[in-house]
Design a binder for this molecule. Sequence first.
Ligand SMILES: Cc1cc2nc3c(=O)[nH]c(=O)nc-3n(C[C@H](O)[C@H](O)[C@H](O)COP(=O)(O)OP(=O)(O)OC[C@H]3O[C@@H](n4cnc5c(N)ncnc54)[C@H](O)[C@@H]3O)c2cc1C
Length: 656
Amino acid sequence: MLDSKIPGGTLDSKWTKYKGNVKLVNPANKRKLEVIIVGTGLAGSSAAASLGEMGYKVKAFCFQDSPRRAHSIAAQGGINAAKNYQNDGDSVYRLFYDTIKGGDYRAREANVHRLAEVSTNIIDQCVAQGVPFAREYGGLLSNRSFGGTQVQRTFYAAGQTGQQLLIGAYQALERQVALGTVSMYARHEMVELVIIDGKARGIIARNLVTGELERHFAHAVLLCTGGYGNVFYLSTNAMGSNVTAAWKAHKQGAYFANPCFTQIHPTCIPVSGDHQSKLTLMSESLRNDGRIWVPAKQGDDRPANEIPEEEKDYYLERRYPAFGNLVPRDVASRAAKERCDAGYGVGSSKQAVYLDYAAAIQRYGKAEVSKRNLGNVAPDVITALGKEVVKEKYGNLFDMYAKITGENPYEVPMRIYPAVHYTMGGLWVDYELKTTIDGLYALGEANFSEHGANRLGASALMQGLADGYFVIPYTLGNYLADDIRTQSISTDHPAFVEAEQKAADRINTLMSIKGKQTVESFHKRLGKIIWDKCGMARNAEGLKQAIKEVQALKAEFWSDVRIPGEINGMNPELDKAGRVADFIELGELMCLDALERNESCGGHFREEFQTPDGEALRDDENYMYVAAWENKGDKWELHKEVLNYEIVKPSQRSYK
Ligand SMILES: Cc1cc2nc3c(=O)[nH]c(=O)nc-3n(C[C@H](O)[C@H](O)[C@H](O)COP(=O)(O)OP(=O)(O)OC[C@H]3O[C@@H](n4cnc5c(N)ncnc54)[C@H](O)[C@@H]3O)c2cc1C
């Protein structure tokens, strides 16, 4: 039976009560306790900095050459917090409510409320670190809107919010490295989890430069290893993002929750051909000012600027007048797909819609004329002033678009299409962020917790930093307080020897296959299966077929993959082979999960379950639970965490 360990009391008192009653570890004991943190993105860096500062002996691992290169650095648009600086009606409750509703009522209320509560602390902490959030003229921090909300609560640093936040967390981490509380292991990949007497007690890490396997002990292990969007091959994720650490834990007993809940982001640069291995996000912040449209006439081939205003269909504004272009991502993505499938798509592939800044440029230009008291000016002056404002707000994103497509988005509308972006699923964790393995925790995108079936924009950075700065410092102490008498366990312990042997055997097997097909080709084929049959739309028939195809792909991979190079030394192909092997197994579980959930909710759109106007149709009576899968060798067993909504009343989500 899954126990999510939600504390008693009213929703808004649970976290305060928990903190007041949690067990503590005294400073002298903290110095004796060792903690491994795998991952140094926003979740891992913030956790390592916080736990180091508290006095624990921390070892932090990442596979990049520097913690600063974690995927978090790519985050563009912003981070949410219920500060209500705009005085537009925001509150902790509203952020909580928007997140629960945005997630289509498939998230745990208590966790989401805690997240909304600590959101305000995050901004204070980051400002204190010197994170250069955008400011208003008067000096207050500026906010913008993201999808699924009617308030402005998103804090940002131009289009580089993740980078600035990560530099803040990295500084805090490096301070601890200098003080000696954190030891940093860059270019190390966790390849096995070590469990002793039912408790996570360490990891086997592969030194990616020398190829050597290393044993590392800790009293507790934190996985902050990010999401698994790259299972689709093409995604907006960093190329190195993978599921390996979480998958190893899963195979040793950590349940994997809601694996089929993946997020397809509506505003990405469309796929341009077969040669591509990466997709680029155009931040959701662009939907603040940009208007999305397609030609009102099917198959209209005229260039965008030649289509008159009355022949444009602003389909989001038409279908969802209350939220317009700022509907949540799942809704916006499906609406784009619907228009393209119906023959209204644009560009050479016809798999794109327009994101247009013409109106915003005029609006901002006129406001500047008025602000500067310029009186009657020529139209091109208004346009030039408007472009300046847009450049100030979104310049780096516009530049990126221009570089990739060769088109000038200040002059012609951008072409965008949905792409894989984020994974709501992940390791199942309880209220304390602990997995089903004692002593093993999962933070940030690696866990399944707060976003239900669809994450709202700017909420991932909030969750990662909430987990690392504000939640784990309490919850980990509650566990370690009972472990103060446990001495460091020697890495000669049989469990370490066995785990290392397992990792070595797998690497040897991979290298000995010496087949004909590249790792990349398998990854690409896997991605196509998952995208076609477990992507933006799924159905039972397709999912059953996908499971068979993935199983066949797995067999082919293990008999015909070709990995050049050596084991001992740097071998990125070997690194990737291990990751793709895990993605293949995960792919099967994703399809199984999607097949088992006979309803549509958030990003999980089963074609058989939709409302007459094409919206996701939930089945709360039968599926209001978190699906937590236990690995049983080649099979899985489903466990259900039933979701009880005490405060919010689930209803058909409407953004109309
Ligand atoms: C282009 C883009 C833009 C985004 N913009 C926003 C935004 O504006 N706002 C928002 O809220 N969210 C945004 N997101 C989502 C957000 O960036 C991520 O969800 C978040 O940064 C994840 O942080 P994390 O710390 O959980 O993981 P990551 O940043 O992915 O870090 C994972 C870490 O784990 C390490 N790791 C993984 N596996 C292993 C292993 N086996 N061994 C050792 N180390 C390992 C990696 O080295 C890395 O250090 C965006 C995402 C993308 C792709």
